[in-house]
Design a protein around this ligand. Structure first.
Ligand code: DON
Length: 582
């Protein structure tokens, strides 16, 4: 067997293990109810930290900061202060004000100034296998979470910044018991765990993952938190911690990266209005680019709005067919048109134009799958000079939803990209590998790909933290999920489960998934009743595969009754999250 064949096989094996499902499924239950405040996050310690801050009089943004600082430690496979995030904030109207405030923040990782479009090609000019670039320094983007949270705290904080660090510092010093899911992932990754500090922190001397129940203390992280608590996010972007980050990225034992101190010092988060569009009687809001999670979820809903979904059951063949076709059409546009808006003039308004969406919806046949889907031609994009890029999926990422006693809310999705990010650790936290969200191929069919790597650019995301408002501008729902590009399908399906089918939020997040994107086979969640629909969908011409679909939907529905607010929280039974409230 020649060397390149061995290399291809071993990369395929590594990729297969890296992509394995991780789903200790728990039975779906009733939603958790509360009247004052609520937090739903992917780990009980994180939900508890958020609740502690809410009880102390903190705002939803204050609680979000405490949640993120704890997730960094207890769910390091998913998110952390070395990563990036998208966050929506709902500011309930004060007495007399007609409209709520809505802010979208993002702290998306940014490519260093030395990034080049070919940085993810191998020596033969082909896209490198994921594991060859996903571990080590080359894929580390300038982290954005802390700068983003600091900006949101300036606008929406009620408690002092420093106080928000206390639950995480306590936990880092006392330690927490490794959860079954963390152990499961550490064990799965044991053979590929290459970062030295990562191995030293999470594995024993023989290379075995520390077991479930092991009390893991992280004093280095406690020191980092104290520094950030007293000096603010600046401490990560200049000074000793910044120098340690750059040293680790450039000079580690796995693969050198290109980040400099100047890249870190130049980082800025973004703040804007969220992207919103109507869906039936509601207004659905999501993040702006560089996440496709706003525009693509809203395209799917905009197409589905042309059909009476509620006329059928959520798992009927007609519903599944419509979800599939809407997903396929929206992803064809996503792959061609979307990228960092500071580099690509993506036609977002035209993609959400009601006439354009009506034309896309009209392509759908009632009982026959489209044999293939192509991107449409929204008005502004007629002279589009880009090729569609491929997409990839890796398990990690975390979503949490929070409502505080003032009725203000946060919907935040946060990620280090691949599970355990780059596996490089500094200051007790993991650095992301988010630059692997760029298209590895800079050009296709002789044209550039909109989402290719470039200096100072932010990779296209699928994170879709979502807020739904009712006709009176009141918050109806906060929700989001991990799942790579599947986030968009998970969130769209959960939205129609609540808005069209009237499921409670726990049923909506527990319901079995269908994922459909461009011309890829449709995925039905394996070991669920949905797979019984396979034959009917195939008869319509769909290609169908059963698959473990590891979402992590965490949502809160707000019911307004007689001037009172009732909060109902749903946590995805596929992960370890809990809803807590008073
Ligand atoms: O930004 C994104 O869309 C991805 N980096 C998120 C990765 C993810 O959700 C992995 N999923 N399970």
């Amino acid at each position: 067997m020649n060397v390149s064949r061995i290399r291809t096989l071993s990369s395929a094996l590594v990729a297969a293990v890296l992509l394995l499902p991780f789903a200790p499924a728990r039975p779906a239950d009733e939603p958790v109810t509360a009247e004052t405040h609520m937090v739903v996050a992917a780990n009980p310690h994180a939900s508890e930290a958020g609740l502690t801050i809410l009880r102390a009089g903190g705002s939803a943004v204050d609680a979000a900061i405490a949640v993120q600082l704890v997730l960094s430690m207890v769910e390091p496979q998913s998110s952390g202060i070395g990563g990036g995030a998208f966050m929506l904030v709902y500011d309930a109207p004060e007495d007399g004000a007609a409209e709520p405030g809505l802010d979208a923040y993002h702290g998306r990782e940014t490519a260093p100034a030395a990034a080049t479009p070919d940085m993810f090609l191998d020596e033969d000019g082909r896209p490198a296998p994921f594991p060859a670039v996903g571990i080590g320094g080359i894929s580390v983007g300038v982290p954005g979470v802390m700068r983003m949270l600091e900006a949101a705290h300036r606008d929406h904080g009620r408690l002092p910044w420093k106080e928000l660090f206390e639950p995480a510092i306590r936990l880092a010093e006392r330690g927490f018991e490794i959860s079954p899911r963390l152990y499961f992932l550490l064990d799965r990754y044991a053979r590929f765990a290459r970062g030295e500090d990562f191995r030293a922190h999470f594995y024993d001397a023989d290379g075995n993952a520390l077991p479930t129940g092991h009390r893991l203390v992280n004093r280095e992280y406690a020191d980092t938190l104290r520094l950030l608590a007293s000096e603010g996010a600046d401490a990560m972007y200049t000074g000793e911690l910044a120098e340690a980050i750059v040293r680790e990225v450039r000079d580690n034992s796995v693969r050198a990266g290109r980040m400099t101190l100047e890249d870190l010092a130049a980082y800025e988060p973004r703040k804007s209005a969220p992207l919103c569009s109507p869906y039936r009687e509601w207004r659905v809001c999501g993040p702006q680019l560089p996440s496709s999670g706003g525009v693509t979820v809203q395209q799917i809903l905009g197409i589905l709005g042309h059909f009476d979904l509620a006329a059928d059951a959520p798992e009927s063949p007609r519903t599944l067919h419509l979800l599939a076709e809407a997903g396929r059409l929206a992803f064809a546009d996503r792959n061609l048109y979307l990228g960092d808006p500071e580099f690509v003039d993506a036609p977002v308004a035209a993609l959400l134009d009601p006439d354009y969406l009506a034309r896309r919806a009209a392509l759908i046949e009632p009982d026959r799958a489209l044999s293939s889907v192509a991107a449409g031609e929204p008005l502004q994009a007629r002279h589009w000079d880009f090729s569609a890029g491929p997409r990839q999926d890796i398990p990690s990422t975390s979503h949490f939803s929070i409502v505080d006693r003032w009725g203000d809310a946060v919907s935040m999705t946060t990620s280090v990209q691949g599970a355990f990010g780059s596996q490089l650790m500094v200051g007790g936290f993991i650095l992301n590998n988010q630059l692997t969200d760029f298209s590895f191929e800079p050009t296709r069919f002789g044209r550039p790909v909109a989402n290719r790597a470039e200096p100072g650019k932010r990779p296209l995301s699928s994170m879709a933290p979502t807020l739904v408002l009712d006709g009176e501008g009141r918050l109806k729902l906060a929700i989001g999920s991990p799942g790579g590009t599947r986030i968009i399908n998970y969130v769209s399906q959960a939205l129609v489960n609540v808005l069209d089918f009237g499921l409670d939020v726990q049923q909506a997040v527990s319901a079995p998934h269908i994922v459909a994107q461009d011309d890829s086979p449709i995925e039905l969640e394996e070991r669920t009743a949905l797979t019984e629909r396979r034959d009917e969908l195939e008869e319509m011409g769909h290609r169908v595969v059963p698959r473990n679909l590891n979402s992590g939907l965490h949502g809160i529905v707000v019911d307004h009754r007689d001037g009172r607010r009732v909060l109902r929280g749903g946590a995805d039974p596929r992960r370890e999250g809990v809803a807590l409230g008073d």
